[in-house]
Design a protein around this ligand. Structure first.
Ligand code: FAD
Length: 388
């Protein structure tokens, strides 16, 4: 048994701590703020396999199979359900693009199909069908509660012996050759050090700072924080907007009904580069912009009060696919998840835990696709479709 440290107490770090504990490893998990305080608790709850490339489709198909069993495995309610994703086309060209994506997704066993607006209206009763020509519908996509999911993983991880430290910031790493040998951390103003056998950088938007502590360039894995925002309405009747609904050509705008309280969460591609890594200030241009689209998709939203607006980070690499893999002999990274870290977590955590301990994994994760050294080699992947 070796001692493995994880930096970052978001869904990726916490789920990986659990998976490592399951494999019998001794784990110490550091979170500088409170667990979930990064992007995880700000996310829109969405989970989908409707991607446009093989690597992300296969990974997410597997992840959804894990999501289905997670509640039973963790012994706690996480609010997962197959509520589906409905993408809406506004032009004939987009319908053709949907057909190609559907063909690709079907070839990996994802049951997406093209539907007409009558069927779309049955699935989402208050939908304004008028602007749309067709929908890409996968009923196996879904949503889950980020708060409950993170705490379910965390509780189980602690029960299995994970030393999970909140309000504990990693401030330096000690490196000998190509190995990280110790982690220095600050808690209650006191700096301490712990010897480690392996280390995972799961710090998402902050990951380049951790890489720098390891003596690597911040630019090796160039992750930029974009402020991504959401607004939420007061509760509407449950089951009205069960799936995530998104016309991609309307600036990636989307709506999804919160599975717990019935409020409609509205997002959009209206983004700003974050001024700093604590720039969570919501903006008025987003509020105006997102609602302009939201009321055209679901006109009833016009009558609902907005009860909340908030911002978090889409931590993006240049090709908007995460960096997952080994950086040094015993130093690993899983970061830069843009709008997909929540949905991918069950698969990525299992893959990373198996890779760190056995050098391989049974998860269908394409290590080459997500290779953290691809940026240095100038090998960008096709851009992963954004939104949650
Ligand atoms: P984070 O949750 O950001 O965790 C990283 C943690 O590292 C932070 O808590 C931070 O405090 C900690 N940390 C940093 N530096 C240090 C240090 N030196 N020492 C100790 N700790 C440190 N994804 C989906 O899958 N579906 C969605 O519908 C969706 N919607 C989204 C909507 C919004 C508005 C936003 C902002 C994101 C959305 N996402 C969605 C993206 C998703 O939230 C993220 O990809 C995911 O939460 C990333 O998890 P993580 O564990 O990698 O990072």
């Amino acid at each position: 048994m070796s001692k493995i440290a994880i930096i970052g107490g978001g869904i990726i770090g916490v789920a990986t701590a659990y998976e490592l504990a399951k494999l019998g490893e001794e784990v110490i998990l550091f979170e500088k703020n409170y667990f979930g305080s990064g992007s995880t608790f700000r996310c829109a709850t969405g989970i989908r396999a409707q991607f446009t490339d093989e690597a992300n489709i296969r990974l997410m198909k597997y992840a959804i199979e894990r999501w289905e069993r997670l509640e039973e495995e963790l012994g706690a309610e996480i609010g997962f359900r197959h509520s589906g994703y409905l993408f809406l086309a506004t032009s004939e060209e987009e319908v053709e693009a949907f057909k190609n994506n559907i063909k690709l997704q079907n070839s990996f066993g994802v049951p997406t199909r093209l539907i007409d607006m009558d069927e779309a209206k049955e699935i989402v009763p208050p939908l304004n069908t008028e602007p749309f020509l067709a929908g890409a519908w996968n009923p196996m996509d879904g949503k889950a509660n980020p708060f409950k999911t993170l705490f379910a993983y965390l509780t189980k991880a602690k029960e299995m012996g994970v030393d999970a430290r909140e309000h504990t910031e990693v401030v330096a790493l000690e490196r000998e050759g190509d190995k990280i040998i110790a982690v220095k951390f600050r808690s209650n103003g006191k700096v301490e050090s712990v010897k480690v056998d392996a280390l995972l950088n799961a710090a998402n938007a902050w990951a380049p700072l951790i890489n720098e502590m390891a003596g690597l360039s911040r630019e090796l894995v160039p992750i930029t924080a974009y402020k991504h925002q959401l607004v939420k309405t007061e509760p509407l009747k449950p089951g009205q907007v069960e799936p995530l609904v998104c016309p991609p050509s309307w600036n990636d705008s989307y709506l999804i009904q919160d599975g717990e309280d019935g409020g409609i969460i509205c997002g959009s591609g209206i983004e700003h580069k974050a001024k700093s890594l604590d720039d969570y200030e919501p903006t008025y241009d987003f509020l105006r912009g997102v609602l302009k689209y939201a009321v055209q998709i679901i006109p009833a939203i016009r009558h609902a009060h907005i009860v909340r607006q908030w911002a978090g980070f889409y931590a993006k690499t240049p090709d908007k696919n995460p960096a997952i893999g080994r950086l040094l002999d015993n130093f690993y990274i899983a970061a830069g998840f843009s709008g997909h870290g929540f949905m991918m977590a069950p698969a990525v955590a299992q893959a990373m835990a198996e890779f760190m301990t056995k050098g391989k994994s049974k998860v269908p994760l394409d290590w080459e696709w997500y290779d953290p050294y691809r940026f240095e080699r100038g090998e960008l992947r096709s851009s992963a479709f954004q939104i949650g």
